[in-house]
Ligand binder design. Structure first.
Ligand code: PXP
Length: 251
């Protein structure tokens, strides 16, 4: 039986969360710890296929300078998570990361699943997608595993969806988990059937990954919190390598 590895995108936002807890504003410093770029290099050494950062409008963790420095690391495949705003589109078009994942930031943009509400903002998301694609950036939409959102995502012309696994992760080890996994399964099938590349992320950890790996057609998983949390004990290189070792399954 052949085995097809799933790509691992490591979200390093929470290394910056730790730094910002001490060093921000008047306390910002060149010597601020942890060094997010060094952390990123170690994640890559552990086998990360890509690095994901979310440059939030409130800059609560990752800062502009972090993104610019990470983008300069040789060979890095950078996935920039961002809101659908003109300012962020301008930033991304100048930076030209390999990929952008459009995510909701304000309450009005969020569906019940927690993903981007593409269906009610079709024009805005389509225009944003087109602007990013014109700059040569691969666009992904972070949406709930919901048929309405998946078909809307297809209509925008974005080639990739990242299905929100948060509801499943929250339900993990409860009676509701099977139903959430079934919804993700149906979402993966629908998106793949429409010709979309299927990624997934949010709340995935070293335990629930076993169930996530039963989902069909997965191309990439974006995982942040659990890997950074484990890195406190093992170091990020080892934490990434361990998660990466799980991401092989029967093709
Ligand atoms: N994918 C997207 C689009 C996200 O916004 C996040 C959280 O920042 C993740 C994946 C990673 O989630 P977690 O940190 O729970 O692994």
């Amino acid at each position: 039986m052949s085995h097809r590895p799933i790509h691992l995108g490591v979200n390093i936002d929470h290394a910056a969360t730790l730094r910002q807890a001490r060093y921000r504003g008047a306390h910002a410093s060149h010597h601020a710890e942890p060094d997010v770029v060094a952390f990123t290099r170690e994640a890559l050494a552990g086998g990360a296929d890509g690095i994901t950062v979310h440059l939030r409008e409130d800059r609560r963790h990752i800062q502009d300078a972090d993104v610019l420095a990470i983008a300069k690391i040789p060979g890095v495949r950078l996935n920039l998570e961002m809101a659908c705003t003109a300012a962020m589109v301008a930033f991304a078009c100048q930076l030209r990361p390999a990929a952008v994942c459009l995510v909701p930031e304000s309450r009005e943009e969020v569906t019940t699943e927690g993903g981007l509400d593409v269906a009610t903002q079709l024009t805005r998301v389509t225009e944003t997608t087109q602007a990013l694609q014109a700059a040569g950036i691969e666009v992904s939409l972070f949406i709930g595993p919901d048929a309405r959102q998946i078909t809307a995502a297809k209509a925008t012309g974005a080639p990739v969806v990242e299905l929100h696994t948060g509801a499943f992760a929250n339900a993990w080890k409860s009676p509701a988990a099977d139903a959430e996994l079934a919804r993700l399964h149906a979402g993966c099938e629908l998106a793949h059937g429409l010709g979309l590349v299927v990624n997934a992320g949010h709340g995935i950890n070293y335990d629930n990954i076993r169930s996530i790996l039963t989902l069909p057609h997965l191309h990439e998983l974006n995982i942040g919190h659990s890997i950074v949390a484990r890195a406190l004990f093992t170091g990020i290189r080892s934490a990434v390598a361990e998660m990466k070792s799980h991401l092989v399954r029967p093709a």
